[in-house]
Design a protein. Structure first.
Length: 166
């Protein structure tokens, strides 16, 4: 049977934020594209520096797609790939696990770069914040912090387990 090569808690930590981000993106995909309603809590009262809390303004803007593809769909794909890579890494050993750990760092770094661009669009171009987008952004940022710790911290047991295996 398959056996985890890292601790259960590290596996859960590596997965949980991606699951939260995936739920957020799938909520938007289902509500907006399947049932054609705005997701719950889409408009919240108040603003910060003239930036309103309004998912509709963000999700229906000209910046909500990359070509013909919804950014929410691309986010769901990003989180699914993230979960798959973590699962494969956690159950494999040796060179495969080491390579996936390093690739995950690059994958999650790519996510951080995209988040920075999307935050720029939300705050300075669209002038609106989407609750669901914010959940996804936070999940990606925390995912990056976690993989950075696991890859670079000398006290990381996951790093020790995966990088010391032959």
């Amino acid at each position: 049977m398959f056996k985890l090569k890292i601790s259960k808690i590290d596996f859960i930590i590596l997965i949980v934020m991606s699951v939260i981000g995936l739920i957020s993106s799938l909520t938007v995909i289902y509500e907006l594209y399947a049932v054609h309603y705005l997701p719950p809590f889409c408009q919240l009262p108040g603003s910060v520096g003239g930036v309103v809390f309004n998912c509709a303004k963000v999700l229906l803007s000209n910046y909500a797609n990359f070509g013909p593809v919804s950014l929410d769909f691309l986010a769901a794909v990003w989180f699914i790939v993230n979960i798959a890579l973590v699962t494969i890494m956690s159950f494999s050993g040796g060179r495969t696990a080491r390579n996936i750990l390093r690739f995950l760092f690059g994958w999650r770094f790519f996510g951080i770069v995209v988040v920075a661009y999307l935050l720029y669009l939300e705050f300075f171009v669209v002038r609106a914040i989407c609750l669901y987008c914010t959940v996804m952004h936070i999940a990606i940022i925390i995912d990056f912090a976690i993989i950075s710790y696991l890859l670079f911290s000398k006290s990381s047991k996951t790093r020790q387990a995966l990088l010391s295996e032959s």
